[in-house]
Design a protein around this ligand. Structure first.
Ligand code: DQA
Length: 144
């Protein structure tokens, strides 16, 4: 089983980006902890980040070739992107939406997600641990 972790805009800045909101953990730190856990669960993972909506859509479209589950933190595109929503719906793979922060406890515009209706579920608000929880969720979704 191979899980594709996709990360959207500005997540490359984790560690220095608004640390009072997103913490000091970098995306590389998160990837390392996910890889560590995945190794012990005998799951393969791939991590990608892009600031480009078009690149994210392309990765989702082609995910079927190599992956069985997508975990996606689409960042700001969560609240704006019909294109990412449609690509998840079209790709035929189960997807899990994740966020570092509890988007429902923040600004009103973050309460709407275009992705939730086409995802199996959402994990939000647990900081870097949202990614580790998503690995468990991916295994659960694959087994179902
Ligand atoms: C985020 C929440 C989004 O609202 C925001 O635009 C992000 C990060 C999160 O992980 O908490 O960039 O997806």
């Amino acid at each position: 089983m191979k899980v594709l972790f996709l990360n959207g805009p500005n997540l490359n800045l984790l560690g220095t980006r608004e640390p009072q909101i997103y913490g000091r953990t970098t995306l590389a730190d998160i990837e390392a902890s996910v890889r560590d856990k995945a190794g012990s669960l005998k799951v393969e993972v791939e991590f990608r980040q892009s600031n480009s909506e078009s690149e994210l859509v392309g990765w989702i479209q082609r995910a079927r070739e190599c992956f069985s589950v997508i975990v996606i933190n689409a960042a700001a595109y969560t609240h704006t992107s019909v294109a990412i929503r449609d690509s998840i719906a079209a790709c035929g793979l189960p997807a899990i939406e994740i966020h570092l922060t509890n988007t429902h406890a923040r600004e009103a515009f973050r309460r709407e997600s275009f992705l939730t209706p086409v995802c199996k579920g959402v994990i939000a608000g647990f900081g870097a641990s949202s990614y580790l929880l998503a690995l468990d969720a991916a295994i659960t979704v694959k087994a179902a």
